[in-house]
Design a protein around this ligand. Structure first.
Ligand code: NAP
Length: 526
């Protein structure tokens, strides 16, 4: 069985031992194994910090932006192979694979283009100079300098392509070498993409490394100048943040964790109105795209009590049209979740929700799936649940079923809708569908404190919105509280995580000479 090699210290190294299996979630066939055993992880980080960092810091922002463009071209050229791996290792339909792979290439291209604006600079100068003496002989400037360590990415299984690219693009643009640790169960695609970038000889030695398998002593080896960007469960986010070495060295951590995202239908939106139909379409798309395995997917659907039955019927009717099964069958619209353990976790979560919710659609483990053996495959049926007493419920606001499940919730008035959405205790995204401008505004202001992104759709926006669950590189991705408290993307603002602010107090001549190497940090907000 092929073992995915790790790329560290400028070399491909196979881990020792049997490794962990990567499995086709449709056929149950083992595809490859991954192991980091025996890999010298501290040496890998040291190599990235020394060779990778030095080589990248010799380049300007614009030169590094050019490298991102070449990475995007290389990845785009291998798109078909990435779709093949997505199908084999994630059971992805073509739209699922596109969401991940095309999203990755688009994000890389976006930063390649945006990064040119920073030109020949090597650093950023921030804000106005501060006078510190009566004569002006002693003044101060704030600078943003790329961190001199490595950017360590610990990623979730559901975005093996986009997950590392959306982090690597701003990190490499900042001049920070990247060490990618994909989730083991779907590491093949990430490893193939990184190996294509390495083979293309685009980046200097040490600028990119990959570890396929357990993180092992990665966190113990993190240093003061490294940064860690984690994406995964809230539980592991807390574990990483609380790691002894991370705490002792104050290693900067960005966490993108799970989230009980809401979509909310306005009181004006009766069946037959455009916004009602748009919400129904979005709920079904969010539940079934990537089999609901998106951190941004809709988990709670809030509707005015008077529309509860109509919304339930409309969503259930659309779900009934979705054929679930082997994506190699052209009729199939929704594939499996990625592993048997994810499947078990989804069914356990649905069982938890059923303790306080009725089932409107799906929920039965013995459902029909096309061209797949139930014993070997990892399917979960699209499942819509009903909660008519949100105040008394608890699991519905707390249990993330990371699969094709959502709960329809009745609300009574705007204050109640706000209260219910906020019970997610911090979410990546909420969407609001209404033609009532006052409702859109009141709802948005009511929930903004606990949400990273709010999508407002009225008839003037219509189908032009980019999607509840779609993360675009020009806008913020991340949410407070349970969602991890992290911030990613938001155009060039993403570079802030990979820079460290310091201030120099001294003679204006020194400040002037330092400023020669700098672009204005305002460009990050352009
Ligand atoms: P996970 O189990 O938390 O794993 C995430 C990553 O952490 C994997 O690479 C995993 O490695 C690694 N890991 C686990 N324990 C670790 C430890 N003690 N030290 C260092 N690394 C460790 O999450 P998942 O099951 O892959 O992904 C699903 C979850 O991610 C969902 O809850 C979803 O909401 C969340 N998610 C959030 C976002 C977002 O942007 N907010 C995006 C996607 C997914 P191994 O695979 O080798 O165990």
């Amino acid at each position: 069985m092929t073992k995915l090699a790790n790329y560290v210290c400028g070399e491909w190294v196979e881990g020792c031992g049997p490794g962990d299996p990567l499995v086709d979630p449709v056929t149950g066939e083992e595809l490859a194994r991954a192991s980091t055993e025996g890999v010298d992880i501290p040496a890998a980080l040291a190599f990235a910090r020394s060779r990778g960092h030095v080589a990248l810091s010799e380049l300007s922002y614009a030169q590094r932006a050019e490298l991102l463009g070449k990475i995007a071209d290389t990845l785009a050229a291998n798109r078909a192979e990435y779709f093949r791996i997505s199908l084999l290792n994630s059971g992805a339909t073509d739209p699922d694979a596109s969401f991940d792979v095309d999203g990755a290439v688009y994000t890389m291209k976006y930063f390649a283009k945006a990064g040119r604006a920073l030109g020949d600079a090597r650093m950023l100068r921030e804000g106005a100079r501060a006078p510190l003496s009566k004569t002006g002989a002693f003044q101060a400037d704030h600078f943003l300098q790329p961190v001199a360590g490595a950017a360590i990415f610990i990623n979730a299984f559901n975005f093996p392509a986009w997950g590392w690219c959306e982090k690597a693009a701003p990190a490499l643009l900042s001049g920070v070498p990247v060490v990618v640790k994909p989730a083991t169960s779907t590491a093949w695609l990430t490893q193939k993409m990184v190996s294509d970038v390495v083979a293309a000889g685009i980046l200097p030695p040490g600028a990119i490394s990959i570890l396929c398998g357990s993180a092992r002593e990665l966190l113990d080896a993190a240093g003061e100048e490294d940064v860690i960007s984690f994406t995964g469960s809230a539980q592991n986010a807390a574990r990483i943040r609380g790691h002894q070495n991370v705490l002792r060295r104050s290693v900067r951590v960005n966490a993108e964790a799970d989230s009980i995202n809401s979509t909310i239908l306005g009181p004006d939106a009766a069946p037959g109105t455009p916004v009602f139909d748009l919400l129904v379409k979005e709920v079904v798309r969010e539940m079934t795209l990537k089999a609901g395995q998106k951190c941004t997917a809709i988990r709670r659907v809030l509707v005015p009590r008077v529309q509860f039955r109509a919304a339930a019927d409309a969503i259930a009717a659309k779900l009934a049209e979705i054929k679930v099964g082997n994506p190699r069958n052209q009729e199939v619209k929704m594939g499996p979740v990625v592993t048997k353990s994810q499947q078990a976790s989804c069914f356990a979560g649905i069982a938890e929700l059923r303790k306080e919710c009725a089932v409107i659609f799906g929920g039965n483990p013995d459902f029909a799936r096309l061209d797949a053996d139930p014993g070997k495959s990892c399917f979960v049926p699209p499942t819509l649940l009903a909660c008519e007493n949100a105040a008394a419920a608890s699991a519905v606001h707390d249990v993330e079923v990371f699969g094709p499940a959502a709960t329809l919730i009745a609300y009574d008035g705007v204050a109640d809708a706000v209260e219910i959405a906020r019970r997610g205790l911090g979410s990546l995204v909420a969407s609001v569908f209404s033609a009532d401008a006052d409702f859109l505004r009141a709802l948005t202001l009511g929930i903004s404190g606990l949400h990273g992104r709010i999508v407002a759709v009225d008839p003037s926006v219509g189908a032009q919105h980019t999607g509840h669950g779609n993360v675009v590189p020009s806008c913020l991705h991340g949410g407070p509280g349970r969602a991890g408290g992290g911030e990613e993307l938001a155009a060039l603002r993403a570079l802030l995580f990979y820079h460290r602010r310091f201030v120099v107090q001294g003679p204006p001549s020194l400040l002037d000479s330092m400023a020669e190497r700098c672009a204005d940090s305002q460009l990050l907000y352009a």
